[in-house]
Structure formats: structure tokens, C-alpha cells
Ligand binder design. Structure first.
Ligand code: SAM
Ligand code: MD0
Ligand code: SF4
Length: 371
């Protein structure tokens, strides 16, 4: 018999009381369908309290699939020579971003591999990258997220000056041993330090973890606690999708349930934060389940006929236009949800940025007092 009382833990979380790691682990390990259903209902109630029935929508633009890294889980790893690569021109990027903005997304997520053309040539290579981001912001009038990998310090500063709202850089796990296996050849602390630096520069931070890669419940709990402590502004989990041509190709794929449970636990532990339901893993058919677990952002909306790829799934639902608002909005409706107004998203961002500025000036005032 477990010593934990599910209704009591959920009730405390709903009232905003902090919970301990062993309680988070207990929630992550739930297996009884009625317990899981209660977890999801509570997560939806908490989402309703903080966000009403409004959902944010992110357009996704994977503009370069070249990468110098060799992440074991990723089809775009350097050693996968089977995969054709592309690098979109500024014009192509602006057309695709403009189309998504016209369709009604709230943000443009500009993502790339650690493209050697930029990373090896240093500042000159990044010059056009910074210019391109500015143009996307100016022309779409939308907030921008960048997911470019571990940018050099100077470029991170330029990006912040260019008023990029979000820096996304996923650790995948906060267990350094598992990290070393997954992000082969990349420094654990360096990746964490980029997020800290970007936060100090005033950007909002998205953190992400993978499930189905050999992590334990203890690892998942540590990640959620890390996200609470950092604190991150958007928290993501995605189920690992095995990729041909990679060392993890033969790993048994995991179903979506664990991802849903992690989404629900994140919603309870990080109630006011943004939590994506990514179309990249289970496509349109996987959207409802993720929303019902408490997610409040639909990500990986991709326009068709542009030759653009996804990350976890290279082409799932893209060319048949199923990652578009026409298909997504009816699903929101079946969940009693609706797209937010663009203004509502902008207000959320401003409030979050203001709250972070207030808390950082409070903590530096406290530091001064102590010295
Ligand atoms: N290259 C940049 C980087 O790695 O930070 C940007 C790309 S990043 C947004 C790609 C993310 O997609 C990874 O961090 C990982 O979380 C996820 N991903 C990659 N391959 C995946 C796979 N096979 N299954 C599920 N998620 C995957
Ligand atoms: C997504 N494929 O939203 C994208 C990607 C990068 N910031 C996000 C993983 O699912
Ligand atoms: Fe490159 Fe990012 Fe894929 Fe790693 S996850 S191989 S850094 S594109």
C-alpha cells in the first residue's frame, strides 16, 4: 500500500502549495486509469484557472537542417549521411513566416541544427542569421522564438538586443550521465550556462526533456524540479521517436501516455507556465490527448508546399496540410478550448517579462543589503 493520498496531493497542488520530490515521483508513476484520469482533470482545472480556455499557437520554421553535432536520438545528427539537408534562403523564410502570421499563429519559432556554415565561420556566418531574425520580427509583427543551439556569447547578446522573445535550448534530461549519452560530445554545463545567460539578457526560456530514452522516474522528477527552480517560462516534454540511420533506431517506441502524465505533472508544478502540445511527435491525431493532459500551446504548426521538415517526424502531417490552423481549431473546439487573441499572447509575455524584471531587481537589492 502506498503512503500517498492522491486527492490530498492534487488538492494541495491546486491550492498552490509546493510539493516534495517524492510526491512528484508518485504522480509520475501513476498507473491506475482512474488515478491518471483524476490527474488529467486536475491539470485541466489548473490550466482553466491560469489561462481560461485560451490556447496559444506557434508556427515552426526549421530553416536549416545542417548540423555539426551528433545527438544520438536525432535524425539530423552529423553522421546520418542518408538524410538530404536543406538551408532556406531569407526570402523563403520570410514567405513561410508571413503565411503563418496571416493564418493567425501567435509566434514564429525559428529553428536550425548547429549549422556548420554559421558555427564554423563565427561572426560573419551569424551576421545574416541575426538580420533574418530581425526581418521576420519586423515583417510578421509577431514575437519570435529561436532554437539555434548553443550560440556564441556575442551572438546571444545581439539576439537579445534584436528583441527576440524566447531562447529555446533543450537539455533533454538533467541527469548528466544520460545527457552525455544522448547529446554525445556536448558539454552539459555549457548548455545550462547558455540558458542562464540568455535569461540574464532578458529572454524568456523554454526548457525541454525527452521521454522514452531510458530515463527513470527519478530523472523526470529532477527535471521538473530543475525547471521550477530555474525558473523556466515554457516547459516541454516530447516522446522519443526512433530514427532510421541513428544509433537509437532500434529502441522500442514508447506510447504517448508517459508524455501526457509528464505534461499534467508539469502543469501542476508549474501552473502559470506555458506547456506545449507538439504536433511533431504524434501529429494531428495526437493533439487532443496532449491538450487533455493540460498543455496550453500548440507547437510545430508548419505550412505545406514549402519543403519544410519537422524534427521528431521529418514529414508527418506537413504536406497534407494537417499541421495548419484549419485542422487544429476544430480539435481545440472539441476540447472546449479556443485560440487566444494575439493581444492575449502579447500581454502574457509582457506580464512574464515584467515579473522577471521585478524579481531580479528585488534579488539584487537584497544582495546589496546583505553586503
Ligand atoms: N539544433 C538545435 C538544438 O538541438 O538545440 C535546435 C533543434 S532542437 C529544437 C530539436 C529538439 O527536438 C531536440 O532538442 C529534442 O528535444 C527534439 N528531438 C530531436 N529528435 C527527436 C526524436 N527523434 N524524437 C523526439 N524528439 C526529438
Ligand atoms: C516543436 N518541432 O515545437 C518543434 C521543435 C523547437 N523550439 C521546437 C521541437 O515540436
Ligand atoms: Fe543537431 Fe539539434 Fe539534432 Fe542535436 S538535436 S543533432 S544539435 S539538430
Amino acid at each position: 500500500m502506498s503512503d500517498f493520498n492522491l486527492p490530498r496531493i492534487l488538492n494541495r497542488l491546486q491550492k498552490g502549495h509546493p510539493v516534495e520530490k517524492n510526491e512528484i515521483k508518485y504522480l509520475l508513476g501513476l498507473s491506475d486509469p482512474s488515478d491518471i484520469s483524476l490527474l488529467f482533470t486536475t491539470a485541466r482545472n489548473v490550466r482553466l484557472k491560469f489561462f481560461g480556455n485560451k490556447i496559444f499557437l506557434y508556427g515552426f520554421l526549421y530553416f536549416s537542417t545542417h548540423c555539426r553535432n551528433d545527438c544520438r536520438f536525432c535524425q539530423y545528427r552529423r553522421s546520418n549521411t542518408m538524410l538530404p539537408r536543406y538551408r532556406k534562403t531569407k526570402k523563403e523564410i520570410l514567405i513561410a513566416a508571413g503565411e503563418m502570421a496571416d493564418a493567425g499563429v501567435h509566434l514564429i519559432d525559428l529553428t536550425m541544427g548547429e549549422d556548420p556554415e554559421l558555427y564554423s565561420s563565427g561572426k560573419p556566418g551569424f551576421k545574416s542569421f541575426v538580420g533574418m531574425i530581425k526581418s521576420v520580427r519586423e515583417e510578421t509583427k509577431l514575437p519570435v522564438m529561436i532554437s539555434p543551439g548553443t550560440l556564441p556569447e556575442k551572438i546571444l547578446v545581439e539576439i537579445a538586443e534584436a528583441q527576440v522573445t524566447w531562447y529555446a535550448c533543450y537539455q533533454e534530461t538533467h541527469n548528466p550521465v544520460l545527457y552525455k549519452y544522448l547529446r554525445q560530445g556536448q558539454d552539459f554545463k555549457k548548455r545550462l550556462a547558455k540558458k542562464e545567460r540568455a535569461k540574464r539578457l532578458g529572454m524568456l526560456i523554454e526548457e525541454g526533456i525527452l521521454t522514452g530514452v531510458g530515463e527513470t522516474i527519478d530523472d523526470l522528477a529532477d527535471s521538473i524540479i530543475w525547471m521550477r527552480g530555474f525558473p523556466v517560462d515554457q516547459a516541454r516534454v516530447m516522446t522519443f521517436v526512433p530514427q532510421a540511420g541513428t544509433p537509437m533506431a532500434k529502441i522500442m517506441p514508447q506510447d504517448n501516455l508517459k508524455e501526457q502524465i509528464v505534461i499534467a505533472v508539469m502543469r501542476l508544478v508549474l501552473p502559470d507556465r506555458l506547456i506545449p502540445a507538439s504536433l511533431d511527435v504524434g501529429g494531428l491525431d495526437g493533439l487532443k490527448a496532449r491538450l487533455e493532459a493540460g498543455a496550453n500551446v500548440v507547437t510545430s504548426i508548419v505550412p505545406p508546399q514549402k519543403g519544410l521538415a519537422g524534427v521528431a517526424n521529418h514529414c508527418l502531417d506537413i504536406e497534407d496540410s494537417r499541421r495548419t490552423l484549419d485542422h487544429i481549431i476544430p480539435i481545440l473546439k472539441t476540447c472546449g478550448l479556443a485560440p487566444a487573441m494575439p493581444k492575449e499572447y502579447q500581454v502574457w509575455i509582457e506580464n512574464r517579462q515584467n515579473a522577471l524584471t521585478r524579481s531580479s531587481s528585488r534579488s539584487s537589492a537584497e544582495k546589496k543589503k546583505r553586503t
